[in-house]
Design a protein around this ligand. Structure first.
Ligand SMILES: [Zn+2]
Length: 313
């Protein structure tokens, strides 16, 4: 993997723009997966308990030729097929059962680093691949037992399925993602203003967009309206989809919306949200210009804020 300054020309959201072919129509065939692992060009991303194994400064994540990764393959708890690129297959290997120093040594690295530690260093599609590796290994590691009968499960489909080994159950378990809505709420204006909140645990003056997990049997639009009402008391009318972002920390999917409030009176819940207020574009631009954060660089929160800020009024 290489770092590049070209990331700003690429997808606007981190962990997006993954360019590998996941070959989901082939990976159910264990013979096919084994052949890809044995073929020229096969590479492997070793990970240890959700973290990449890295070398150098800035950190470069390990990606090993399978032919030179016997120490990793022989000790990995799980080897999962991620997909194909022009050079061959890409796999992820989970070294979590090892002590950290042993995992780092087996992978020929120097230390470990979480995927989010590459913000500003890796191109977004490269970060997407690491996030994918992190997420699928995490899922395998946390589904060693059947949720139906408690028996052991075994990995299949290149690591994208786990099958219960109890013949009387034999349930198949597939990776799950956890959807969450994140929304920039604006008033009806003029002047147009957006609603930002200071969440529990955040510093004074630190505001961000509202977000929350989708409930069972709830539409995304209903989740937006519920979360905004619960956290700020503001009623929402129109809800419009903006963008989504895989968020493998560990298994989220952030779904971004623009929402229009039908009233501006705020009443915070005082638990998740400590404070909320309306910002005009001028106020938001001034915060950004004076060094105030508009969210982490890798977050969809920042994308929603910036896209609102640069729109014509
Ligand atoms: Zn079972």
């Amino acid at each position: 993997m290489t770092s590049s300054n070209a990331r700003r020309r690429e997808p606007v959201l981190a962990y997006s723009g993954g360019v590998i072919d996941r070959a989901s129509n082939h990976r159910s065939d264990p013979g096919w997966v084994d052949a890809i692992l044995a073929a020229d060009g096969a590479r492997l991303i070793p990970m240890w308990r959700d973290q990449c194994i890295v070398s150098g400064e800035p950190a470069v994540p390990a990606m090993l030729a399978v032919t030179e990764a016997a120490a990793v393959l022989n000790t990995a708890a799980e080897t999962v097929f991620l997909g194909l690129d022009d050079d061959g297959g890409i796999f992820a290997a989970d070294l979590s059962p090892l002590r950290q120093s042993h995992a780092v040594e087996a992978a020929g690295g120097e230390r470990v680093l979480d995927v989010r530690g590459f913000v500003g260093v890796l191109r977004y599609p490269e970060a997407a691949l690491l996030g994918y590796a992190r997420g699928i290994l995490h899922w395998n590691r946390h589904h060693h037992y059947c949720g139906n009968c408690g028996s052991a499960t075994r990995s299949g489909h290149g690591g994208h399925l786990r099958a219960c080994q109890n013949d009387g159950c034999a349930r198949l378990h597939f990776p799950r993602v956890e959807p969450a809505v994140i929304m920039l709420v604006e008033n009806q204006g003029p002047p147009r203003k957006c609603l930002l909140a200071r969440h529990k645990g955040s510093a004074a003056g630190s505001y961000s967009t509202l977000a929350g997990f989708v409930d069972v049997s709830e539409s995304l639009e209903d989740a937006v309206r519920r979360e905004v009402a619960e956290e700020t008391g503001v009623p929402v009318g129109t809800v419009t989809y903006m963008a989504s972002q895989g968020w493998p920390f560990p298994s989220g999917l952030m779904i971004g919306f623009r929402a229009t409030a039908t009233a501006e009176t705020i009443s915070v819940d005082g638990e998740e949200v400590l404070e909320a207020r309306w910002f005009t574009r001028a106020e938001l631009a001034e915060r950004a210009a004076s060094g105030g954060s508009l969210g982490r660089e890798d977050s969809i929160d920042r994308y929603l804020l910036h896209s609102w800020l640069v729109e014509d009024s």
